[in-house]
Design a protein around this ligand. Structure first.
Ligand SMILES: Cc1ncc(COP(=O)(O)OP(=O)(O)O)c(N)n1
Ligand SMILES: Cc1nc(C(=O)O)sc1CCOP(=O)(O)O
Ligand SMILES: [Mg+2]
Length: 215
């Protein structure tokens, strides 16, 4: 996988959009510069069954038109059915080896990590990238771990791990630079884009911040 895909990783499902059409929100975010997308259909009122699959296909089609990889959160069967580019799994989800067995070799597997030990284990397993969080407090995910801030990314890099990393959790335009300067390749964001008045402008702002670090 290309490290730069992680520059601005948009994670979203229909319940994150304050009643707006998730297809419109995704299109706006892509126009603003999102480089990677995860379909995370979770929480109260989340779509299930055929409705979830239909939305997944529609969002995947939008990503495909713009060459943006389409990743599915948790749901391995859905990822296979809609021919997603990969899956994202957490420490409490299906174990890496079982996921890898089900997927085709070119499919991306991202793993959530919260410590250096989990990051090292994910690298040993063969994770293509890791999502490290929560960087900051967030209400978007109810069962978050302890907030450790960007320091944990610095520790992972000091341990010599070069795996592609995104920080996640409570990231907005005011703190993204700290996450990138700690050694993340990019930031993964839900509400700061999905609930913004303009997903386009919110994504554009994150891209400007990323350019400060990489220039
Ligand atoms: C990029 C990224 N990083 C971390 C997560 C969190 O995954 P997980 O801990 O499995 O929690 P849920 O998202 O499944 O509620 C993520 N989704 N994406
Ligand atoms: C999906 C997710 N995973 C987290 C982790 O810590 O692993 S925090 C989180 C929610 C991120 O949403 P927002 O950008 O709105 O804070
Ligand atoms: Mg999960």
């Amino acid at each position: 996988m290309k490290r730069e895909w992680l520059n601005l990783y948009f994670v979203m499902g229909s319940t994150d959009c304050d009643g707006r059409d998730p297809r419109v929100v995704l299109q706006e975010a892509i126009n603003g510069g999102v480089s990677f997308f995860q379909f995370r259909e979770k929480g109260r009122g989340a779509k299930v069954g055929m409705e979830k699959k239909k939305l997944a296909r529609e969002l995947k089609e939008i990503c495909k038109r713009h060459d943006i990889p389409f990743i599915v959160n948790d749901d391995i069967e859905l990822a296979l059915e809609v021919e997603a580019d990969g899956v994202h799994i957490g420490q409490e989800d299906t174990p890496f080896s079982m996921v890898a067995e089900r997927l085709t070799p070119e499919m991306i597997i991202g793993v959530s990590c919260h410590t250096v030990e989990e990051a090292a284990a994910a690298v040993d397993d063969g994770a293509d990238y890791i999502g490290v969080g929560p960087m900051y407090f967030t209400t978007t995910k109810k069962d978050i771990r302890e907030v450790k801030g960007p320091e944990v990314i610095r520790e992972i890099r000091h341990a010599g791990l070069t795996v592609p990393i995104v920080g996640i959790g409570g990231i907005d335009a005011g703190n993204a630079l700290d996450v990138l300067e700690a050694g993340a390749d990019g930031v993964a964001v839900i509400s700061a884009i999905s609930k913004a008045v303009s997903a386009f402008e919110a994504a554009e702002e994150f891209c400007r911040i990323h350019n400060i670090v990489t220039k």
